[in-house]
Design a protein around this ligand. Structure first.
Ligand SMILES: *Cc1c(COP(=O)(O)O)cnc(C)c1O
Length: 201
């Protein structure tokens, strides 16, 4: 699958859903990809990327950033509190905020480093025990906790159970976002290679 095809499919899905194309952002997930594999995407203008592990991102992105200043790097994988310092230094957006002690660790590090990273709260819409994320019923309290702690909550993120109909989880995430007392509309980070058109719809 190439970037040009994905962009065309995103446009089509936006048209079909009657939503403006600039209301959707492609986060190019490049875990397990080398800097050489990422280079053509940068050359084609892609600037928003996702990584799921701090160590792997630390090995690739400082050099890529030095060559292309305007990159926006998202952490999409689970984050241990003892890696919060490195994550805050390396990433621009944290998409996997899923528990109170992580919110505390991120706020402390952002203050220390004088950096503000928008965060997405990960919601475990399928309530899978092995997956990170706040349970839907705990989301209002966790959202309030994060806001009170000083986190800029930009939106919600979910990774549906592999065997489920993804659309139901995407719809739930949207509903949950609409029920939170957010100062501006929350963004939704959802959909992967196999279902991004469903996520856009
Ligand atoms: C790997 C990963 C993706 C990308 O999955 P693809 O099916 O390769 O598009 C998206 N989100 C998360 C959280 C991931 O870990």
């Amino acid at each position: 699958m190439c970037l040009t095809d994905i962009r065309a499919r995103m446009h089509r899905a936006c048209d079909e859903a009657a939503r403006p194309c600039d209301s959707v952002t492609l986060v190019a997930v490049c875990k397990n990809r080398t800097a050489e594999e990422i280079a053509p995407l940068l050359a084609a203008g892609q600037r928003v990327f996702g990584e799921n592990r701090v160590q792997e991102a630390a090995a690739k992105w400082p050099a890529l950033r030095a060559a292309h200043g305007d990159i926006e790097l998202h952490l999409i994988g689970q984050l241990q509190t003892n890696k919060a310092k490195e994550a805050v230094a390396l990433f621009d957006v944290i998409e996997s905020l899923d528990r109170e002690n992580l919110a505390d660790a991120l706020v402390a590090e952002m203050k220390k480093q004088n950096r503000i990273l928008p965060c997405f709260i990960q919601v475990n819409t399928g309530e899978e025990p092995q997956k990170g994320g706040a349970a839907p019923k705990d989301l209002p309290d966790f959202y309030a906790y994060c806001r009170n702690a000083g986190i800029d909550v930009a939106g919600l993120m979910c990774i549906p159970p592999a065997q489920d109909v993804a659309a139901l989880h995407f719809a739930l995430l949207r509903k949950l976002a609409g029920e939170l007392p957010a100062p501006k509309p929350l963004q939704l980070s959802m959909g992967m290679s196999g279902d991004f058109e469903t996520a856009i719809r």
